[in-house]
Design a protein around this ligand. Sequence first.
Ligand code: PLP
Length: 452
Amino acid sequence: MAIADSRQGSEWKDLDGRHYLHPFTDHKSLAKTGSRIVTRADGVYIFDADGNKILDGMSGLWCVNAGYGRDELVDAAANQMRELPYYNSFFQCAHPPSIELSRMLQEITQPQFNRVFYTGSGSESIDTMIRMVRHYWELKGEPQRKTLIARKNAYHGSTIGGASLGGMKPMHSQGGPMVPRIEHIDQPYWFGSDRSLSPDEFGLQAAQLLRQKIEALGPDQVAAFVGEPIQGAGGVIIPPDSYWPEIQKICDEYGILLVTDEVICGFGRLGQWFGADYFDVKPDLMTFAKGVTSGYLPLGGVMVGDRVADALIDKGGEFYHGYTYSGHPAACAVAIENIRILQRENLVERVRDDIGPYLAERWRTLAEHPIVGETRMVGLMGALELVADKSSLARFDEKIGAGTLCRDFLVNNGLVMRAVGDTIVVAPPLTLSHEEADELIGKAWKCLDLTQ
Ligand code: PLP
């Protein structure tokens, strides 16, 4: 019997309320409503214990790229678990799934990426990357280059390293600053600016903040710049076209490492394999997780470009870093099959040429709604800005803003999207059909109506 079927929905809610401390949750307010108990999923839909069918416009947490209900992924995990459920890749050992996945990742990434370091999550990938970046500069004879520059309001995970590198104030204020020598510059958020500049002028100006920060810190102190190609949890901040080329130029000019955090943008979300491909930048390192297994099992990693890999291998000796579950065989087997699905079903191209443009066109129609100030989308990753007044673009007060819409209206009307402040974000599975896209837009429109 499935675990879900072993108790009634109300029993699950009751036990959940008594024993479970949820991530990113205010438990006093959760106690008023109880959790929505999600029991199963198929395609782009999740189903809850109260019998509701809900279109998952967020692919879980931006991860179920290949959609739910994929027997191929289940079989890949089960077969691998029967064969070899676990072994480490420390101490001169390796196993076929992690080697095969490394080969496939080399194939789908830019030519500078010939090596991968595995982790169990996005946060662990970020921690690994921070240690690797600093170690690289030690090996290069510039150990003073320790500072990493990231962006305000970025989310890079919840480990000590991830929370420090991320730019979310509430995370910094709980426990205090944890990793020294991390700096943050403003995000390239045109809608959040005074909009006096054109988007391209604004993008250039936002990139210059990196130059100013490097100059202020002293160029020989700076190790790397880290950014998501498009900031996801920070509100789907799509930078103007001028932004990334300028960032690349500045990193090259000062010789600092460029790192793209591909935890959300990777594995087809933007209609290219990675966000760096979409913006045509050449990172030295890429962190990834989520979409690599479509969330079916936890896995993450760091793609290590030749510049860093050569230094680590030639001069580094042992890199004192790794996790018990680095390159877990079952997770790697799922990732291999997941990449095969993306390739077999041309899902990346589909996002670029078919469902991406289709949803983007439908998404734009939401801009006609009286409480929408802007819509934006790249691939299958989009946002809309809620405003109380369309001409002044004044925001709602908290009680009727995006949070309320997502919590009280959307999900009760059969659609998951998420609120980031006054921004509503969307990132459905890459398998979304045209009819499901229409359903998503219809439900979103209805809920915007309810919010007025
Ligand atoms: N980096 C980015 C860009 C993310 O969006 C996330 C999670 O949402 C992380 C890192 C952390 O990943 P994880 O939750 O797997 O630790």
